[in-house]
Design a protein around this ligand. Structure first.
Ligand code: SAH
Length: 286
């Protein structure tokens, strides 16, 4: 590791990156915090799998808590699925969580593989939050979060056996991102992302996809962009899974929950009209 401290001017290079950082520095949304409080794993991504319909029944007070627990279970299942695709990871390996949020997926990776994990985020607030979590969990020597830009992390070349982006690729240029990942991955190292992407086949950006971009200050890429950028950077796909049918139940449940944010309807519209997909992509560094 070459850099230990980073200043905002090193990390936030553009006005756009500053606005993304401000979004995550000030984000205190119950849809993230109340779910995280269920078991201390804080996620900023969506869920996969069917929900238990019985959570919608029952008296209002327990109904609300059960819906929240169920949404959290689906979000944790999403992160487990991502980790399932990292391949064999040993406790000596060093992994990178690119765009690590409040750290949920990083802690799960360490729990599962015993490996070292570095998370990077351009939100200083999130980095401090996740490092506090690491101390509380007693894993601060193995799981560390850094205020760094994933387009230029400062980590050594070839130092990573695996790297992932869990719903964080829509904030950056994919060619720049995958060039940096390819630099850091050892030969044969694994890259996995889970992301929403727009559908080249339906053509252009649908209104629903534009609303999602506007809501999160992000730039959703087309499906084809992912594969062009992977190929251009020596990353050869080994698995591609369309998770769209698996994520729709999560959004339907979320739309009925007390923590709905208003973005549920554009997601459901985009997925159902086919202008948007939820994809898992796994690739090897070749
Ligand atoms: N992967 C996490 C968080 C996803 S939210 C999870 O699954 O819970 C998107 C994250 O991407 C935020 O933490 C945001 O700070 C981070 N991010 C956006 N642009 C970034 C960049 N250029 N470098 C590093 N992190 C970035």
């Amino acid at each position: 590791m070459s850099k230990t401290t980073s200043t905002a001017t090193d990390v936030l290079r553009t006005a756009y990156q500053k606005s993304v950082a401000t979004y995550w520095n000030t984000e205190r949304n119950p849809v993230n915090l109340r779910l995280g409080e269920v078991d201390g794993l804080y996620h900023h991504h969506y869920g996969v799998g069917d929900y238990d319909p019985s959570v919608l029944e029952g008296p209002q007070d327990i109904r609300d808590a059960r819906i929240i627990e169920e949404m959290h279970r689906l979000e944790t299942a999403q992160a487990q699925l991502l980790l399932d695709h990292l391949g064999e990871v040993s406790s000596d390996d060093r992994l990178l969580d690119a765009g690590s949020g409040r750290g949920g997926t990083s802690f799960m990776a360490h729990q599962r593989f015993g490996c070292q994990v570095d998370g990077v985020s351009i939100s200083e607030y999130q980095v401090a939050f996740a490092n506090d979590q690491a101390r509380e969990r007693g894993v601060a020597d193995r799981v560390q979060f850094h205020f760094r830009n994933m387009l230029d992390t400062g980590f050594e070349a070839g130092s990573r056996q695996a790297i992932w982006n869990n719903e964080s690729t829509m904030y950056v240029d994919l060619f720049e991102l995958f060039a940096e990942h390819a630099r850091q991955l050892e030969f044969g190292g694994r890259y996995v992302c889970i992301t929403g992407c727009s559908n080249d086949v339906t053509g252009g950006r649908s209104k629903a996809v534009s609303r999602i971009d506007e809501h999160y200050t992000c730039n959703i890429h087309t499906r084809s962009q992912y594969f062009k950028a992977l190929a251009a950077n020596g990353l050869a796909p080994i698995n591609v899974i369309d998770l769209t049918p698996a994520t729709i139940p999560y959004w339907e449940l979320r739309a009925k929950s007390s923590v709905a944010t208003g973005i549920e309807e554009p997601f459901l519209t985009a997925y159902k009209e086919g202008s948007f997909h939820y994809l898992l992509i796994a690739a090897d560094r070749v």
